[in-house]
Design a protein. Structure first.
Length: 356
């Protein structure tokens, strides 16, 4: 928290792809946030834009006005948007380049690596600005292969999976961890994406920069390290994408390789097609079929469902929650409204007695 940062959201703070910024604004964050740069929402408070709760994080239209208003240079600019395809739009790249020329470091969670951009790298070398590419792959020598040690860990594990990407799996996991701690259950979270690292979470890795042969081993190492060092009562593991998302199926590793016997499933009732590939016509499976897949074929227990209210007003979301609760006989949470509390009793029972 000693280093300061400005978030770069490029007019997208109010969109689902601003989820990296959303996570840091809601917290936790490894940086002290001085503000955000977003021309669409300039003049407002970033917390108010994200969820209606002001957090004293002002939004500026551009870098120059931010530096003038703050009277200081931040240590970092943090790219706060997960641009589709992992590529940085040119207007954002130019903003990054401006910051680097001023000697401001940049933390980048995109697949497009700044350290491999010759112009930005040269500017950083000239100004002394630091470049951190969170998604820069590990060297082969540092990668781990799966050994089976994760299956001998006695701490109960819950995988927070989703029926699609960009639903709030990490946000749900964060809320659930806090809810469990309030109940006296020592809970740790294993992150699997760049935002978890940016938030300062202690255990995890960036799954989608890891060669496939080593995903299970890196996941295992994070889980085993968490169990040995933190000695929690419960481990929550952040999921990525979805089990049946055709452009990036993911999630089975958390059950099979990390030994998660419990699952919280995140779902958007109003979403019919997989996000980002709507033109393909690929439809999201029904929630009931996803529960069946997890329980009958993967052998884990779905402990509850967390809902993303995209496309629904508060009354519609509450109605969807009651309907789903009746259909699948599991507790249902609306995390942005109830902080995951409806799922806490099921997770507490699981933490104390396992999947059975």
């Amino acid at each position: 928290m000693s280093e300061t940062a400005l978030l770069l959201t490029a007019g997208r703070l109010g969109e689902i792809h601003g989820k990296t910024a959303h996570g840091l604004i809601r917290g936790p964050s490894r940086f002290h946030l001085l503000g955000a740069i977003d021309p669409i929402f300039a003049g407002r408070d970033a917390g108010e834009v994200v969820d209606g709760r002001p957090r004293g994080i002002p939004i500026f239209p551009d870098l120059g006005s931010a530096l003038e208003a703050l009277g200081q240079h931040p240590d970092w600019l943090v790219v706060g948007v997960a641009f589709h395809g992992g590529r940085m739009p040119e207007e954002v790249r130019q903003l990054v380049l401006d910051g680097v020329r001023r000697g401001i470091g940049v933390v980048n969670g995109l697949h497009q690596l700044l350290s491999e951009d010759s112009e930005i790298a040269a500017a950083a070398a000239a100004s002394g600005a630091r470049l951190v590419d969170v998604r820069k792959p590990k060297r082969f020598e540092g990668l781990r292969f799966w050994t089976g040690e994760a299956l001998r860990v006695e701490v109960p594990r819950v995988a927070v999976l989703g029926t699609d990407c960009a639903l709030g799996k990490r946000t749900t996991a964060t809320f659930l961890a806090e809810a469990m701690r309030r109940r006296g259950i020592r809970t740790e979270m294993v992150y699997t994406g760049q935002t978890g690292w940016l938030q300062g979470q202690r255990y995890g890795f960036v799954l989608d920069t890891t060669p496939n042969d080593f995903v299970a081993g890196e996941l295992e190492h994070a889980v085993v390290s968490c169990a040995r060092e933190a000695k929690p009562d419960l481990i929550l593991i952040e999921g990525q994408s979805a089990l049946r998302n055709p452009c990036g199926p993911c999630g089975a590793e958390l059950i099979l390789s990390a030994g998660a016997e419990g699952v919280v499933l995140v779902h958007a009732p109003a979403r019919e097609l997989f996000e980002g590939i709507e033109a393909s016509g690929a439809r999201i499976p029904t929630l009931a079929s996803e529960v069946e897949l997890i329980e009958r074929f993967y052998g884990a227990r779905v402990l509850g469902v967390a809902l993303n209210g995209e496309g629904l007003d508060a009354d519609e979301l509450e109605h969807a929650a009651r309907r789903i609760e009746a259909e699948i006989s599991r507790p249902v949470s609306r995390p942005l409204f109830d902080s995951g509390e409806p799922l806490a009793p099921a997770l507490e029972r699981f933490a104390k007695g396992g999947a059975t």
